[in-house]
Design a protein around this ligand. Structure first.
Ligand SMILES: Nc1ncnc2c1ncn2[C@@H]1O[C@H](COP(=O)(O)OP(=O)(O)O)[C@@H](O)[C@H]1O
Ligand SMILES: [Mg+2]
Length: 223
């Protein structure tokens, strides 16, 4: 079993799965963890991002994405990742949208410690989390226990009330919502295909911290 495994998952494309997976992978690697980034989306965007970033002339070869990466758009992902992940790894899975690739997405849900649902603070995206939650419940039977799941508020408008109210609505629906909300920022919107810059990492450090905190068994939270 790896140290931590997280799948970025949602019903639709365009909610920030790949962006979140790639930034988080960099944050964990920079913090000294060994990372395995799994591109489970048949569109292969995370892999394409890494290929493009590797061509950056400003960086030595293989330094743009300084961790292991594998493309596994497979319904047997849960078995394949278990074979290749090392015990000390943080495994991040960029899962495909459930509506088109349910078999692969379910396989990712079977494997991971935490299912992370990136969601904009808008009524339409909040509504679309319901089918994801139904799937999470369905997959429980194959996991031999409930999956930990949380919502990552993403593409939040600075100083708008929508983030607070989305959090309230989601918590009212029974979701855990990560404390850190990711703002809508140009640095994230423009990051595809290039090495991850230093600017903008702080927010993702907050997200990584929230994820790790959720791993600490109850009663062992440092005071
Ligand atoms: N926090 C953010 N701020 C600004 N743009 C974002 C943010 N998160 C994602 N995006 C942009 O939204 C679009 C969809 O994100 P992406 O990660 O590709 O979604 P998915 O993998 O779910 O299809 C991309 O253009 C991406 O750059
Ligand atoms: Mg994607």
């Amino acid at each position: 079993m790896p140290a931590l495994s997280v799948a970025l998952l949602n019903l639709k494309p365009g909610t920030g799965k790949t962006t979140s997976a790639v930034w988080l992978a960099h944050i964990f690697a920079q913090a000294g963890r060994t990372v395995l980034l799994v591109d489970a989306d048949p569109s292969g965007s995370a892999l394409e991002w890494s290929d493009l970033a590797a061509m950056d002339p400003g960086l030595p070869p293989r330094m743009a994405f300084p961790f292991r990466m594998v493309a596994l758009p497979s319904r047997s992902l849960h078995q394949r990742v278990a074979e290749i992940a090392h015990p000390e790894d943080v495994v991040i899975i960029d899962a495909p949208q459930l509506e088109d690739h349910a078999g692969i997405a379910r396989s990712a849900m079977r494997y991971v410690d935490e299912i992370l649902i990136p969601c904009a603070p808008s009524p339409i995206e909040i509504n679309r989390t319901t089918p994801v939650r139904d799937e999470i419940n369905e997959v429980e039977a194959f996991r031999g226990g409930p999956a930990r799941a949380s919502v990552l508020l993403n593409r939040c408008i600075a100083r708008a009330h929508s983030t607070t109210s989305a959090r309230e609505v989601l918590e009212g629906l029974g979701y855990d919502v990560l404390r850190t909300a990711v703002p809508r920022r140009e640095v994230y919107a423009q990051s595809f295909g290039v090495p991850i810059p230093e600017i903008g990492r702080d927010v993702w450090r907050g997200v990584a911290h929230d994820l790790i905190e959720r791993c600490v068994p109850l009663g062992k939270v440092p005071s």
